[in-house]
Design a protein around this ligand. Structure first.
Ligand code: GLC
Length: 565
């Protein structure tokens, strides 16, 4: 595997709208981000991914772009963006923008021109398709519910939108459209971006015959995912994009890929793959229900651990995935992946320990480093997210009570991760002096950065230690390139793996006890050094090895050990 500059880096996702508001309008902004670069540097972050900051009507929170060359007014100006790039550079930090090119906003000039002239050049930028028998061209359900087709006013045509109707899909078959996109990407790369996080990219290839599929829900529709799964040849678009854009730069690209076809991993993230990396969603997909949030699957520790291990084994030697616990589309990991008795700082630190040393590039989502949690709402009107509203409706239609439907939202809503960052115990968690666009999680008085900065045993302080260990000159090699080998897979409560490097001759064991009672695990070595433990007691662990040949982990204890022969 060729070594690349991003392999040993730690990344952090900022959701700009909720990060820090500097001007009191209730919406986070670029100036807020600039003012926290030192905070991120101190945490140990190298790469920052900004969720979309382009001009947008914000129907899907910026994932509906109306001008790819403009910064949304809410967030600031292009000068401020340039300042952010320069300030990041000064600190040896890298900025990634979100690249959303499966679709744009219906307010984008291209779409407006297409509507004005449905037979003209710009209609070819989209999928304007004649209806069949006076109905939609096919029976696709969009990702956000309802038909994926919307009437083009004044015609017998429909346009395709795999997400909201305000997010028309772009027609990648059209070379003119592709050229426009490449020009835009190069424009940003030339500005000094380190690369892109690439949104929903698997969807860009369509089967232009738009076949219908067997309905899979009471609405008589079939998920548009079916078409994505069946269609061949998306890789050709990726290669074309790479060749004309980031392939010419030493850029880092991380793709959001669901529904990859089997055995294509090397083509996606191998040495000469389409992308530098892609997110590992295996744990998140495991919990998805067959229909929606109302039938999402409960967490079973062993299943969860095993899908992560399977993904690790599959990637080793091919490329590095981007590992996540949560992001702006997922609930908070501390609420989702931890058992009830671990809903505390010790639990959040345990989760962090098992996550950070996996093979791959860790992506921390804002607030994860202080253990932010899901946020309970008393009414659906308190949610903003378009998909939460759809899933709530679906739950009611499937027969859930209002309370049950709200419980689904509490467990799954994308707004769980989108509540404002909790900086302090001041009003609105120190996020804004105005009214926040989305209400803060009331637990901010207890969980906030300022309080955790003052405390050596906080989740935040522990994250700093984890990252420092991962990047330390002594262990960087093994923790970046060391082979991943799972351990104690028979156990129902232990999450453990080795990272072993021939290069450095080191063997690291990461072990955590997710069970409710103390657990002993045997070690095949005569001594070990505990590099980190989430509840201290390093010496106790070390002393037990020569005597008993095993270590004992309390409930929710995690440790990182350097094994000695
Ligand atoms: C991706 C984004 C999500 C967005 C969708 C449509 O999945 O992460 O937030 O809603 O694409 O752009």
């Amino acid at each position: 595997m060729k070594r690349k500059w991003w392999h040993d880096k730690v990344a952090y996702q900022i959701y700009p709208k909720s990060f820090l508001d500097s001007d009191g309008d209730g919406v986070g902004d670029l100036r807020g981000i600039i003012s926290k670069l030192d905070y991120l540097k101190d945490l140990g972050v190298d790469i920052i991914w900004l969720s979309p900051i382009y001009q947008s009507p914000f129907v899907d929170q910026g994932y509906d772009i109306s001008d790819y060359y403009k910064i949304a007014e809410e967030f600031g100006t292009m000068e401020e963006f340039d300042e952010l790039l320069a300030e990041a550079k000064k600190r040896d930090m890298y900025i990634l923008m979100d690249l959303v090119v499966n679709h744009c906003s219906d307010k984008h000039e291209w779409f407006q021109k297409a509507l004005a002239d449905p037979e003209g050049k710009y209609a070819q930028y989209f999928h304007f398709v004649k209806g069949r028998d006076g109905k939609e061209p096919s029976n696709y359900r969009s990702y956000f519910g309802g038909s994926a087709w919307e009437k083009v006013p004044g015609t017998d045509k429909y346009y395709l939108h795999m997400f909201a109707k305000e997010q028309p899909d772009l027609n990648w078959e059209n070379p003119g459209l592709r050229a426009e996109i490449y020009k835009m990407m190069n424009w940003w790369l030339d500005k000094g971006l380190a690369g892109f996080r690439i949104d929903a990219i698997i969807n860009i290839k369509k089967d232009l015959s738009f076949p219908s599929f067997e309905p899979d829900g009471p609405d008589g529709l079939a998920s548009c995912v079916k078409m994505v799964e069946e269609v061949q040849g998306v890789g050709e678009y990726f290669e074309d994009m790479k060749k004309h854009t980031y392939g010419k730069y030493d850029a880092f690209t991380v793709a959001e890929v669901f529904n990859m076809k089997k055995d294509e991993l090397a083509q996606f993230i191998g040495d000469d793959g389409h992308f530098s990396s892609m997110f590992d969603f295996s744990a998140h997909e495991l919990m998805q229900g067959g229909h929606g949030w109302y039938d999402s699957r409960p967490l079973v520790f062993k299943e969860w651990r095993d899908v992560i291990f399977a993904s690790q084994k599959e990637t080793w030697g091919i490329g590095l995935k981007a590992n996540i616990i949560e992001n702006h589309d997922e609930p908070r990991g501390a609420s989702r992946f931890l058992p009830e008795y671990a809903h505390n700082e010790t639990g959040a630190k345990m989760l962090a320990t098992t996550f950070l040393f996996l093979y791959g590039i860790p992506f921390i989502y804002q607030g994860q480093e202080i253990g932010m949690t899901n946020c309970r709402r008393g009414d659906i009107f308190e949610y903003d997210d378009i998909s939460t509203k759809d899933q709530y409706r679906e739950a009611l239609q499937a027969g859930c009570t209002r309370e049950q439907a709200l419980e689904c939202c509490y467990e799954n809503s994308r707004d769980n991760a989108r509540t404002p960052m909790q900086w302090s115990s001041e009003k609105n968690a120190g996020f804004t002096s105005g009214t926040p666009w989305l209400a803060v999680n009331p637990d901010y008085k207890k969980i906030n950065v300022a309080e955790q900065e003052r405390r050596k045993d906080s989740v935040l302080s522990y994250y700093k230690k984890l990252i420092a260990l991962k990047k330390s000159p002594q262990f960087k090699e093994v923790l970046t390139y060391g082979k991943f080998i799972p351990e104690y897979e028979d156990s129902d409560s232990i999450f453990a793996y080795h990272r072993i490097s021939e290069e450095s001759g080191q063997n690291i064991l990461v072990a955590a006890n997710y069970g409710e009672s103390t657990c002993e695990i045997p070690l095949e070595c005569s001594s070990a050094r505990v590099l980190l433990s989430n509840i201290g007691k390093e010496k106790e662990i070390e002393n037990s090895i020569p005597e008993k040949g095993k270590i004992s982990l309390e409930s929710c204890q995690a440790a990182v050990l350097l094994l000695e022969k």
